[in-house]
Design a protein around this ligand. Structure first.
Ligand SMILES: Nc1ncnc2c1ncn2[C@@H]1O[C@H](COP(=O)(O)OP(=O)(O)OP(=O)(O)O)[C@@H](O)[C@H]1O
Ligand SMILES: [Mg+2]
Length: 277
C-alpha cells in the first residue's frame, strides 16, 4: 500500500527517531513496519538490545533465492511495544552490501512488500546523496520525508540540493526539527513547502529510542503526537484522498504500537494493537 522513505542530507537530525515514530504512530487499520536501511549502519539493534538476526542482512541473503513480498515480514523483530522492525547491521560495509542486494531488481523488495494490502513500510534511509545505494527506495517511495534542523548549516545543505530534491522522489515532504528559523521563513528563503515541524523534545526522543520508563509512552510525548499528526498527513497524501477528521478510536490507536508500559528489555509477548502488531 504505502512506502515511506525518511532521510536527511546532513548531520543527525533525528531520521531514525522520526522513522520509528511514524511507523509506530501510523493511523489505525494498517500494518506498519520499519526497515533500517541506512547505508551508514543501523542503530536499533544496539539501542533495543535485539538479536543479531533476523534483520537486513538475513533478509538480503534470503532475497538471493526468492523475492516474494512477505519475505520482509519474515525478517522482522518486534520492539517492546510490538512494532515490527527489520534491523540494519551496525557496520556500514555490511549495510551497503545488504541494501545493494535488496535494490537489485527494478522493483525493490521494499516496494513489493509495501504493495501488499494494508502494508506500510517506513524505511530509514539515513543521510543520502545521489550516489547512495538506497536511492532506488527513494525513487519508488510514495512519499519521502526529508528531515533537517532549522539551523544555518543544515539548511545550507538543503538549499544547495533544493533544485534536485524534487527529482529524488515521487513526493518530497520537507520536515523541520527543533528550534531555529521559522518554517515560513525557511519555505520563503529556500522556495520549498515545509510539510511539518517536529518539536525539540529530548524526552520524547529518548522514549522513542527505547529509554522510556514504566510510566512514559512515546505516543504521549509532544514529539510522538507531532509524528502521529505527520503520519496521518503522509498517509492521506500517499492515498491522495481529502483530509478528514479522525474518530476518537483512531486518535487513540497510535499508542497501540508503543502500548507496553515497560522498558526496552521487558520481554514477554508483544501486545495485540490495532491489527498491525
Ligand atoms: N525532536 C527531537 N528532539 C530532541 N532530540 C531529538 C529529536 N529527534 C532526535 N533526537 C535525538 O537526536 C539524536 C539523534 O537522533 P537519531 O539517531 O534519530 O538521528 P539520525 O538522523 O538517525 O542520526 P544518524 O546519523 O546517527 O543515523 C538522538 O539522541 C535522539 O534521541
Ligand atoms: Mg539514524
Amino acid at each position: 500500500m504505502t512506502l515511506v522513505a525518511v532521510c536527511s542530507v546532513k548531520g543527525s537530525p533525528g531520521v531514525t527517531t522520526a522513522a520509528l515514530g511514524l511507523a509506530g504512530c501510523w493511523p489505525f487499520g494498517h500494518r506498519p513496519l520499519m526497515v533500517e536501511c541506512d547505508p551508514g549502519g543501523g542503530d536499533l539493534l544496539a539501542r533495543y538490545r535485539l538479536d543479531m538476526a533476523p534483520g537486513l542482512v538475513s533478509l538480503a541473503a534470503a532475497a538471493r533465492r526468492t523475492t516474494e513480498p512477505d519475505l520482509v515480514w519474515q525478517h522482522t523483530q518486534r520492539l517492546p511495544g510490538g512494532l515490527p522492525v527489520v534491523t540494519g547491521p551496525p557496520g556500514a560495509e555490511q549495510a551497503r552490501a545488504a541494501i545493494e542486494q535488496l535494490t537489485m531488481d527494478s522493483t525493490t523488495l521494499l516496494r513489493k512488500a509495501a504493495d501488499r494490502a494494508g502494508a506500510v513500510v517506513v524505511a530509514d534511509c539515513g543521510r543520502i546523496d545521489p550516489q547512495s545505494p538506497v536511492m532506488p527506495v527513494l525513487h519508488q517511495a510514495d512519499a519521502t520525508i526529508l528531515i533537517a534542523r532549522a539551523k544555518d548549516d543544515a539548511l545550507a545543505h538543503v538549499a544547495t540540493r533544493a533544485g534536485t530534491l524534487e527529482r529524488w522522489s515521487r513526493r518530497m515532504c520537507f520536515v523541520l526539527v527543533g528550534d531555529g528559523y521559522r518554517s515560513d521563513e525557511v519555505a520563503r528563503e529556500l522556495g520549498i513547502t515545509v510539510t511539518a515541524r517536529l518539536p525539540e523534545d529530548p524526552r520524547g526522543a529518548a522514549a522513542l529510542r527505547g529509554d522510556f520508563g514504566r510510566r512514559s509512552s512515546p505516543a504521549r510525548s509532544a514529539l510522538g503526537k507531532a509524528l502521529a499528526a505527520l503520519a496521518r498527513q503522509v498517509a492521506d497524501l500517499a492515498a491522495e484522498v481529502p483530509r478528514r477528521e479522525l474518530t476518537e478510536a483512531e486518535l487513540a490507536a497510535p499508542a497501540a504500537h508503543f502500548g507496553l508500559p515497560a522498558g526496552p528489555h521487558a520481554g514477554g509477548p508483544p501486545p495485540h494493537g490495532n491489527g498491525a502488531v
